[in-house]
Structures are given as structure tokens and as C-alpha cells.
Design a protein around this ligand. Structure first.
Ligand code: LMR
Length: 394
């Protein structure tokens, strides 16, 4: 049987994570996989999460099935968090996903059923997993330019040149905030322009919302997704609780579909449920239940928001520290963009050979497209990291 198979390509992010784990050097620096790190270089369990988890352990009476749509109260809390009531609930349907990736999988599969082999336009560059997710859903991947490597900012003119040509049969995948991998994000005015374009062309937006609260704040980061949802007759949103609740391995996410009316929404809901049942039958509930408990409890919610703010502020501080150190040491503003980007990542714009050299010679790990996870910047070794980057960039 297996002789007909060829070795599949593994995702570079997780290949790098394994390489980092296997590296015996004590001074190695992990700027690779997108997980939050505290000053001790740990990915902590948030205290609100610990308390919610304890409450669940103490109070749970059963582990029976929840049903195919999953934890409805979790989904309702997330819809509220992401959309803030801008869409009439009669047009919204949700199912839980196994993480944000699971939510993307469900939504893309529905889109692949709606438009078999249809075109999905994805930002260039993007999170690498978007591509197999779309291809596995029977969609045809196309790209829109997104990033200007010279300025390290969004190349909005080039992006809109493509977005403006889309048709009512096309899907456009938008990063809701904290663009992965670039760290360069649309301004509110640019979101407005994208939405105007989609209103004109009828192209269908799918918003990947994996980092809500990691950029400028829970409400600020929701500007784009709220604008899309409030202004267009149909859209989809994939929400991930992996980062903002630190629930990476629990796989908690929500697939949100917004349709023209309740009848159309029911059809989409049945498709989403059919996909879940025919793939994984039920979604995991532990992480979903943790988030539900936090969002429904005033004190826990406040605690979570405070922790999330601390995480965001720490990432911002690390950005500024690294950019300052590089400017001071190199007398050049070439890396100032690190401080102005937002979210978890910045794309440094280094060639792959330089990225490889940083890894093998200095023990500095980043994704081969030169994406860094800013949460991994060691605060007490910022100068050392700046030296490595300056030397590598030549
Ligand atoms: C990343 O981009 O590093 C994270 O989203 C982890 C992942 O699943 O790829």
C-alpha cells in the first residue's frame, strides 16, 4: 500500500520548532513558532485559564457529547468579543473548530462546496498553512500582493490593484489583525477601502482572526472584522483562542458564518455541521469550556483582559528595545519598522542564506522567510541579538 506514497512536505514552522528543541546550545534564541513567551522564555498558562480550568474540574458532572456544533455559549461569547453586536444574530451561525485552523478548515470546505475549484485570493506572503487548507478544500489558490519589502509596510496600492478585479465568485482571505508573517497591518482607512471594493465587486471575505488583542487592543484589533461584518451581506470569520487565551494545544476556535438572512444561514450551518460530522465528528471541548467560563465571569474576564494587556505591552516593549538597540549600534534606521509593526511577528527581509547562518552560527532561530516572533526576543540579551542581526544583515 504505502509504496505509492511520496514523502509529503512538512510545515516549516514545526520543522524549525523541532530543530530548535534538538539544539543543545544553551544560548540559543527562539524567534520561530508563534507562541507567546514570558521573560523566563516559558509559554505560561494564563492565571484566568488556570482558575477556569479548576472550576471546570471541580464542577464537571459529565463528559458526554456536546453535539456537532460544539459549545454554543463559547461561540456566542466569541461572536460578542469579535463583532461587538454589529450584526443581527439571526444572520449568524457558528460551530466550534479544532482551533483556528479547524475553523478555517470547516469554512474553506464550505466555500469549496459552494464554488468547487473556485478562486481564493490570499495575501503574498501569508501563514504557510493557508495554502494546504485551501487546496484540501477544493479551492484554487491565487495571491494578492501585500508587502513592500523595501519599506516593510503594506503595499496597499498593489494589493488593491488585484482586489479591485475580483468577481462575485471569488473569495478573499484577509488577516483580521496582526498580519502573519509580516507584522504590517491595514489601517482603518485601508479596511474601509477594502470593504468598499468588496461591496462593488461582490467578492466574498473570509477573515482569519487568530491574534485578536495582540496588536493594539481587543476593540482596536476588531476594527477590520467588524467593518467587514457590518457592511457586507455575507462573510466568514475563523477565530482562534490559541494565542489570546494561551490555549495552544486545547484547539479552541470558532467558525463564524454570516449570511444574507436566517434561511441562508441555516443552510450554511447544516453544511458546517455536515463537514464536522464527516471529518472529526465532534470538536474538542476542554479549551472551549475554559474560554466560556472566563468570558461569562466578570472577575475572570477582567483578569484575562489584564493578562492579555500585559502580554501585548511586553511584545510592544520588546519591539521598541530591539529597534532602538539596532539603531544605536548600527547608526541606521533600517530596522525601525520592528517598532512600528504590530502583533506577534515582523518580517525582517533577510535572505534565506542569512537566516540559515544566524541559526547555525549564532543559534538564532527564525522562520526561513525571516519572520521573527517578537515575544521570543530575550529582554536581557537584546544587545546581543542586535549584534547578530546587524552582522548578518551586513
Ligand atoms: C505560527 O504561525 O507560528 C503559529 O500560528 C503556529 C502555527 O500553527 O503555525
Amino acid at each position: 500500500m504505502f509504496e505509492t506514497l511520496q514523502k509529503a512536505t512538512l510545515d516549516k514552522i514545526f520543522v524549525l520548532m523541532a530543530e530548535y528543541a534538538a539544539d543543545p546550545r544553551a544560548n540559543k534564541i527562539d524567534l520561530g513558532v508563534g507562541v507567546y513567551k514570558d521573560p523566563q522564555n516559558n509559554t505560561p498558562i494564563m492565571s484566568a485559564v488556570r482558575k477556569a480550568e479548576q472550576r471546570i474540574l471541580d464542577g464537571a458532572k459529565t463528559k458526554t457529547y456536546k453535539g456537532v456544533v460544539g459549545n454554543k455559549e463559547f461561540s456566542a461569547g466569541i461572536v460578542d468579543l469579535a463583532l461587538g453586536g454589529v450584526v443581527d444574530a439571526t444572520r449568524i451561525r457558528t460551530v466550534n473548530g479544532a482551533g483556528g485552523t479547524g475553523a478555517l478548515m470547516i469554512l474553506m470546505q464550505v466555500l469549496g462546496r459552494a464554488r468547487p475549484k473556485g478562486r481564493i485570493f490570499i495575501s503574498d506572503p501569508t501563514w504557510p498553512n493557508h495554502i494546504p487548507l485551501a487546496e484540501n478544500a477544493n479551492l484554487t489558490v491565487h495571491y494578492y500582493p501585500y508587502f513592500d519589502p523595501a519599506t516593510r509596510q503594506v503595499d496597499f496600492g498593489a494589493m488593491m490593484k488585484v482586489v479591485d478585479t475580483l468577481t462575485g465568485d471569488d473569495v478573499v482571505l484577509l488577516h483580521g489583525c496582526c498580519h502573519n508573517p509580516t507584522g504590517a497591518n491595514l489601517t482603518p482607512a485601508q479596511w474601509d477601502a477594502v470593504v468598499e471594493s468588496l461591496q462593488r465587486t461582490g467578492a466574498f471575505p473570509l477573515v482569519d482572526l487568530a491574534y485578536l488583542g495582540f496588536g493594539d487592543g481587543l476593540v482596536e484589533d476588531a476594527y477590520g472584522v467588524r467593518k467587514v461584518a457590518a457592511s457586507l451581506p455575507e462573510c466568514m470569520i475563523a477565530f482562534s483562542a490559541s494565542k489570546n487565551f494561551g490555549l495552544y494545544r486545547e484547539r479552541a476556535g470558532v467558525a463564524i458564518a454570516i449570511a444574507r438572512d436566517a434561511a441562508a444561514a441555516d443552510v450554511v450551518s447544516s453544511q458546517m455541521q455536515n463537514i464536522i460530522r464527516g471529518t472529526i465528528s465532534q470538536t474538542p471541548d476542554h479549551g472551549a469550556e475554559i474560554v466560556r467560563v472566563i468570558l461569562e465571569d466578570k472577575a475572570l474576564r477582567a483578569e484575562w483582559e489584564t493578562e492579555l494587556t500585559q502580554m501585548r505591552e511586553r511584545m510592544k516593549r520588546l519591539r521598541v528595545k530591539l529597534a532602538d538597540a539596532i539603531r544605536r549600534k548600527s547608526n541606521s534606521k533600517d530596522f525601525d519598522f520592528i517598532a512600528t509593526h504590530s502583533g506577534m511577528f515582523s518580517l525582517l527581509g533577510l535572505p534565506q542564506s542569512v537566516v540559515e547562518k544566524l541559526k547555525t552560527e549564532d543559534g538564532v532561530y527564525m522562520i526561513n522567510d525571516s519572520r521573527i516572533n517578537v515575544a521570543g526576543i530575550p529582554e536581557d540579551r537584546v544587545d546581543e541579538l542586535a549584534d547578530y542581526l546587524i552582522a548578518a544583515a551586513g
